[in-house]
Write a protein that binds this ligand. Sequence first.
Ligand SMILES: c1cc2nc(N[C@H]3CCCNC3)c3c(n2n1)NCC3
Length: 322
Amino acid sequence: SNISEKYRQFPFPTRRNAVTDEYEVSKESLGVGINGKVLTCWQRETRRKCALKILKDSDKARREVILHKKACDGCDYIVKVLDVYENMYASNRCLLIVMECMEGGELFNRIRQRQDKPYTEREAANVISMIAKAVAHLHHMDMAHRDLKPENLLFTNTTDEAVLKLTDFGFAKEGNNEQRPLNTPCYTPYYVAPEILSNDKYDKACDIWSMGVIMYILLCGYPPFFSTHGGAISAGMKTKIKAGEYQFPKAEWKNVSQEAKSIIQKMLTVDPANRVTIDWIMRCPWLTGTVPETPIDIRPMLDAENYEQMRVEIAAANHAQR
Ligand SMILES: c1cc2nc(N[C@H]3CCCNC3)c3c(n2n1)NCC3
């Protein structure tokens, strides 16, 4: 694997004893990700409900744990890592991440279950603002998440005051300032390889693209790029993504503010070099000012089949950007 051995050692103490010494682990699965399943568990001493993610030990799993732990310190918009265990489980070496339990569930499920009052543009701005704070924290520490999608954005609880937090760092990556900076005498400029120079500085830009897709869906209930005949990513959809080809159909977008649309256009800029940065987004009046409480009709999202289709398409758009 091309994951540098930098992530072989944990920069913090991990526990080697059985996680069941301190936590009662339930069979109830909170969700399954591509890189591991998440169970409910309770801290025996405090009875605190937590989430337990089980990963098969590997360089990639170690990178996920190390980056998630590093990212959550100092940011209230990233799911807290409470404990990390190295245990044998089903005769495999495993890493077990104990996290704060996000009882409000996934972003779009909460919006879909909204019955009492209409969901408004101001609420969409509040959601994007919380995502932006998490992304700004990562980008300022030269880290990119690279898998921003509704399943990885969870609410702390089911109240109106719930906080939205980012989780699942399976694709996260640190800038390559991890290697020696270029002015280290060991690089003779004549001979330095291109890959050392191209510090894949566009990893962060793919988080901005994903924010654009999520913001678009929050304001109309369906994704900007979709495969016309359903099914997983189609060739046609890839072409649309690479060409940045999407519309704001009048029916759903006529009441959405022009500022919101122009922010989406800047996030969904095809050339990553021209795409806006998280700092530009954080300074937008749409995020810092008062946004109209225009009701948003997200009926397309409410249909389970559309919703499943949308999840497939966001994952595909992320993949195409990585
Ligand atoms: C902390 C982490 C976590 N992960 C969760 N689910 C994961 C499953 C894999 C994809 N990302 C989200 C859930 C949670 N929590 N809480 N509560 C309800 C569901």
